[in-house]
Design a protein around this ligand. Structure first.
Ligand code: NZQ
Ligand code: ZN
Length: 387
């Protein structure tokens, strides 16, 4: 195990009906609120009215910025930064999924910075301060409700980049599984794929003696897979939705990665699909992760044997380690197919003629990942495997 520091101050307020607790979280502390949300799902569900009523009762001054799109855009962040600066906002309240939360985080750091907020994403500036961000989560997937990260797309040049800092973890996240009932199945299962991917990025490591986090990762993966199958049959199952919701947070608040080297190549490789074609984040990971696994498993076959046996209960009797490892990867692919997530470019109807440029942008002059260091050529090979 490696040395580590772990700090996650986000207050999680979990459970059915927990939106009403927004009142106590805001009371006396925040007065000027920027309510940030997406394309209208919260209006349809009635959540918008519920939140507006709470804020009205508290006599908060409310400014609104809606229209966050999936794979949130820099241009809207600029609007938010301007609004926040001009009106002396003291809390950004993100109501939605990862895109809304990431956009809110970007506004938070932009509002406390004199320069261009994009500087944080290109590495030109380091995050030192942020306006507080609060979250009402409607979509369990990215873990952004308590993660350090924000991922923003700069429409000019299709750059999808991220920045990470403990300073960017939200102050609180309200997590009511009932809010996820209105999610289309396609989104539910894309979110589930994202959650699993966040565990994979940490689980597939060469760090030795990480038993505790290995087993926490395996428990999270098994929980997600089991409850995904329940939701596949019974999308309204609240107990299963609750398990998925808390798994999404655990998968990406960093606790599963303590003391171990993580990877993140697959996320960067998959981000190019969203940057080029607008592919839903979780679906892009369904396309990339199986190909990445097939490409790298020989680097540390024991890890993949452990994955096969401990997560998918693959039997080891009369099989070589390679056969066991490949059976584990194939079990994961079968799972994705069962829940209707694409596992190739062709499944998603995506073009396959931009691999060179996509790989170039992904590696950005360096290499990706740590389980196996990937060059541009490796990334092209992975895209080809995912065709
Ligand atoms: O915009 P509205 O109308 O609200 O609709 C949204 C959106 O169209 C809809 N939706 C959300 N909750 C709903 C709902 N529809 C009905 N009922 C509900 N309860 O779902 C659509 C997708 O939402 P979005 O927020 O885009 O999805 P997700 O949570 O998957 O976020 C994806 C973004 O997060 C980034 C991704 O790259 C992508 O840009 N990520 C952020 C991370 C982080 N900050 O730590 C880590 C992740 O790996 C990821 O990269
Ligand atoms: Zn992700």
């Amino acid at each position: 195990m490696e040395r580590f520091q772990f700090y996650c101050p986000t207050k999680l307020v979990f459970g059915e009906g927990s939106v009403s607790q927004l009142r106590d979280l805001i009371l006396d502390e925040y007065k000027k609120i920027l309510l940030h949300y997406g394309g209208g799902s919260i209006k349809k569900s009635g959540l918008y009215d519920e939140i507006k009523n709470i804020l009205k009762d508290l006599k908060c001054e409310v400014y609104e910025l809606s229209g966050v799109e999936p794979n949130p855009k820099l241009s809207l962040v600029y609007e938010g930064v301007k609004l926040a600066k001009e009106n002396d906002i003291d809390l950004i309240l993100a109501v939605g999924g990862g895109s809304v939360i990431d956009s809110a985080k970007a506004i938070g750091i932009g509002a406390k910075y004199e320069g261009d907020v994009w500087d944080f994403y290109t590495g030109k500036a380091e995050v030192k301060e942020s306006l507080p961000v609060g979250v009402v989560l409607t979509f369990p997937a990215t873990g952004s409700e308590s993660s350090t990260g924000s991922v923003i797309t700069n429409e000019e040049g299709s750059h999808k980049l991220s920045v990470n800092s403990n300073i960017m973890r939200p102050k609180f996240a309200i997590m009511d599984p009932l809010l996820t009932l209105t999610l289309p199945d396609k989104q539910t299962f894309a979110g589930i794929t994202d959650i699993l991917s966040h565990v994979f990025e940490r689980y597939f490591t060469n760090t030795k003696n990480v038993d505790l986090t290995d087993h926490l990762c395996e428990a999270t993966m098994k929980t997600v897979i089991k409850n995904a199958y329940i939701l596949n049959k019974d999308p309204k199952n609240i107990a299963a939705r609750a398990e998925i919701m808390i798994s999404g947070t655990i998968a990406h608040n960093g606790i599963l990665g303590i003391g171990r080297e993580d990877d993140w190549a697959s996320h960067v490789i998959a981000h190019e699909l969203s940057a080029f074609y607008g592919t839903t984040h979780g679906r892009s990971l369904g396309i990339i992760f199986p190909a990445w696994m097939k490409y790298v498993y020989k680097e540390n076959i024991d890890r993949f044997v452990q994955f096969a046996t401990n997560v998918f209960d693959v039997s080891v009797v009369n099989k070589t380690p390679e056969e066991i490892a490949l059976e584990g990867i194939n079990s994961f692919i079968a799972f994705l197919k069962d829940i209707g997530v694409p596992t190739s470019f062709s499944d998603e109807g995506l073009p396959t003629d931009n691999f060179e440029t996509m790989a170039e942008k992904a590696v950005n002059g360096g290499t990706l990942g740590r389980f196996k260091k990937l060059t541009k050529e490796d990334v092209i090979n992975i895209y080809n495997l995912a065709k």
